[in-house]
Write a protein that binds this ligand. Structure first.
Ligand code: MG
Length: 369
């Protein structure tokens, strides 16, 4: 089936509360949406958030990469030769992983819809993987004054979440105190994940994580303790604490994942479609992780339902992904989309409808070709 038309548009959804990490503060989701039409009249949707501080991709650069490089490279190509289409996208422009992801997701959605099957059926390695259509996500607790974080954690528990992903990374002792107060408030039956978003030095990371271990705060994992460029620092932390270390900003490509696994620089890998450039490379990382017995998390940036749903389908299809950090839609104040997975508190339910499942949205699209 040939790729006939590509369109781009934008969606803006206010957040329930501002999202704060060691890197940024954001009050609404403002994402680019891609719509791709096949010659059979079917359509597929993709999405990309401009997360400049992490991916380097801005609203302007995402649209320019799609219009100027990615779309022209795949115009008229046959989607049945998916490997060739994906290779073209990869070669059309360096980096720009968010723009590539938006197009990749729309193509997978279109492809699965053309076959009349839900996306997770298309992504599953049926010989070894068991499809899961009911997933559980954590919820992010933004980095704030301790009292506010405690309040947010108690509210999350009341809202039915069992797993907190707590953002820290603004100072070692203060971070231990944050987690201590949250653990005290939510009790021992909640899972607590800690995300430092590159906020610590390697020594500070080992000191802080060890202090959390000594205080028996029962932390499931610590995500990206040090700078994404500090590969040796990441390995140093992994080797000097008991708590499992999850690589996030340090792993974009398949090559990054290979290096982390080969050198045992982290215990776990956070797969985000906006880092990998979409589902195609994410599946290669899953294959690699499974072959090496590495467990993964499916994560997202601050994204709305199109791309987060694509990540949920991937998780449903791939058993190496055991943890979901797919709370983007839960952080949005409204759901402007028709169809797709149901995000209900901590639960994500994948639909039986074809593709990602989203059929409509209030976006005015402009033609790329
Ligand atoms: Mg992270």
């Amino acid at each position: 089936m040939k790729i006939k038309n590509i369109f781009v548009g934008y969606i803006e959804i206010p957040l329930i509360t501002p999202f704060k990490t060691a890197l940024r503060t954001v009050s609404s989701v403002k994402d680019l949406i891609v719509k791709i039409e096949g010659e059979n009249g079917e359509t597929g949707f993709g999405e990309a958030p401009p997360t400049a501080v992490i991916t380097g991709d801005t609203k302007e650069s995402i649209e320019a990469a799609i219009r100027g490089y990615i779309a022209p490279a795949i115009r008229g190509m046959d989607l049945d030769d998916l490997d060739a289409v994906m290779a073209k996208i990869e070669k059309s422009i360096a980096k720009n992983t968010s723009a590539k992801a938006a197009v990749d997701i729309a193509l997978y959605d279109l492809y699965a819809r053309s076959k009349g099957i839900p996306l997770y059926r298309l992504l599953g390695d049926t010989a070894q993987d068991m499809v899961r259509t009911e997933l559980e996500t954590d919820i992010t607790i933004s980095v704030n004054p301790v009292q506010e974080m405690v309040k947010d954690s108690i509210r999350a528990k009341a809202d039915g979440f069992h797993i907190l992903k707590v953002k820290v990374g603004k100072g070692g002792d203060e971070d231990v105190e944050r987690i201590r107060r949250i653990r005290e408030a939510v009790g021992t039956d909640m899972v607590i994940r800690v995300d430092a978003n590159q906020g610590w030095t390697r020594e500070e990371a080992v000191r802080t994580i060890t202090a959390m271990e000594d205080a028996l705060l029962d932390i499931e994992l610590v995500e990206q303790p040090v700078s994404c460029h500090d590969f040796k620092g990441l390995k140093y932390v992994t080797q000097n604490v008991k708590t499992p270390i999850l690589a996030d900003e340090s792993v974009f490509s398949l090559e990054d994942a290979e290096r982390i696994i080969e050198e045992k620089a982290a215990d776990l890998i956070n797969i985000k479609l906006m880092k990998t450039g979409g589902i195609y490379t994410a599946m290669k990382i899953c294959d690699l992780a499974r072959a090496n017995g590495i467990t993964c998390m499916a994560g997202c940036m601050l994204e709305s339902k199109v791309s987060v749903s694509a990540a949920a389908h991937l998780m449903g299809a791939r058993s190496c992904i055991t943890m979901a950090d797919l709370d983007g839609p839960s952080l949005c104040s409204t759901d402007p989309y028709t169809g797709g997975p149901v995000f209900e508190g901590a639960k994500i339910l994948l639909p039986e409808t074809p593709g990602i499942g989203i059929t409509d949205m209030p976006v005015s699209f402009e033609t790329v070709f």
